[in-house]
Design a protein. Structure first.
Length: 155
């Protein structure tokens, strides 16, 4: 995948208000995700297979982030919001157990759920450490961008 193709993907993300996009082309795979910096966000490329290096300056900033950024703090707890509009799934398949339950201890890389958007399953990770205290969305229900899905007690 070359730089112009990646720029096209960034434009696609911005034009369709996507927060994350993953594309596979043969043995090459690129994952783009908007990261929040205060009230502005930027898009970064996260290579999963060998591809050409992409400078951070090659990617344009996008729209403003929702109030509170990716994870909104509330005292010793954090609410984990939906990073996109889609369908919320607690497990990888109907026959599988949920990724997390209330009382589970999680780390920054723990997968909490899937959000299906445009027929793409997006893994949503905790991005903080603590214990799950609430699951706020019912399996199979629609979520809105920024809607709280989980509450994590920090620590």
């Amino acid at each position: 995948m070359n730089l112009s193709e990646i720029k096209e993907l960034v434009t696609l993300m911005n034009d369709n208000d996507l927060l994350e996009l993953e594309v596979e082309d043969g043995d090459q795979k690129v994952r783009l995700r908007k990261l929040y910096e205060g009230v502005r966000e930027k898009i970064v490329a996260i290579p999963s297979a060998p591809i050409a290096a992409i400078s951070a300056g090659a990617v344009a900033p996008a729209a403003a982030a929702p109030e509170g950024g990716t994870v909104a703090a509330e005292g010793a707890q954090k609410k984990i919001p939906a990073p996109m509009v889609g369908t919320f799934y607690r497990a990888p398949s109907p026959d599988s157990p949920p990724y997390v339950e209330v009382g589970d201890v999680v780390t920054k890389d723990t997968v909490l759920c899937l959000v299906e958007a445009m027929k793409v399953m997006n893994e949503i990770k905790t991005e903080c450490e603590g214990t799950i205290t609430e699951v706020l969305v019912e399996n199979g229900k629609a979520v809105e961008f920024g809607q709280a899905m989980f509450v994590v007690a920090l620590g």
